[in-house]
Design a protein around this ligand. Sequence first.
Ligand code: FE2
Ligand code: FE2
Length: 246
Amino acid sequence: LAKKATRKKTTTARKATSRKTSARRVPPKRRTAPKRTAPKKPSRKVARRKTAARAAASRKRQTQPKPKQTSAVAKAATAAKGVVAGAVKAVAERLPWSRTEPDAIEMLEREHRQFEGLLKQGEDTTDRAKKTRREVLSTLTAGLNEHELMEEKVLYPALQSHGEARETVLEGYEEHHVADLIVKELHDVAEDDEQWAAKFKVLKENIEHHIQEEERVMFPTARGLFSREELLAMAARMRGLRAGAK
Ligand SMILES: [Fe+2]
Ligand SMILES: [Fe+2]
């Protein structure tokens, strides 16, 4: 019995020791605050990329146009400028030496350009374009009549008294006459007849030659002989004649 008691003691003691040891081996879990770690520094590559992106954004901001801010004063100034410019233009246009108003020579030259356009249009037509041919010839006839009237009643007589222009003026009258004859004949030819194109071509060459003579010889002579004011006065008389002819 005594032995048994001793064995029991020993076993209990062993158990206790074993418990102690296991308690030593496994340290009690301590509650500790989580470690504070410093924020990770970005790598150099990433940092460089970010800097480039920031620079690009800044450039974009700089290049973007600033919204215009128009103050009331600026608006008023612009409006006033417009009014003044309009008034100046209106006065300038009424002056006899105005630069915007065409003088006699400019007026005639502008009409020459119109004739050239019509002549080209007529030349490009075929026998089937009867209506176009009729319209072209009708416009050309009316235009030539007015143009010749303005030249023969205003410019030619003014030039004729000057010796250096006399010869060109006399030729001018004759060339008008020839053009009128061809126009008259053309009205008697059917638009779909092959003769129409042939006659129209001769008329075109005739008028183009006449325009060249006037612009290369007669008009420069007139510019040398007459002042801008005289040429503007002639233009006014021409406009009066044209209005009366209509
Ligand atoms: Fe002429
Ligand atoms: Fe002319």
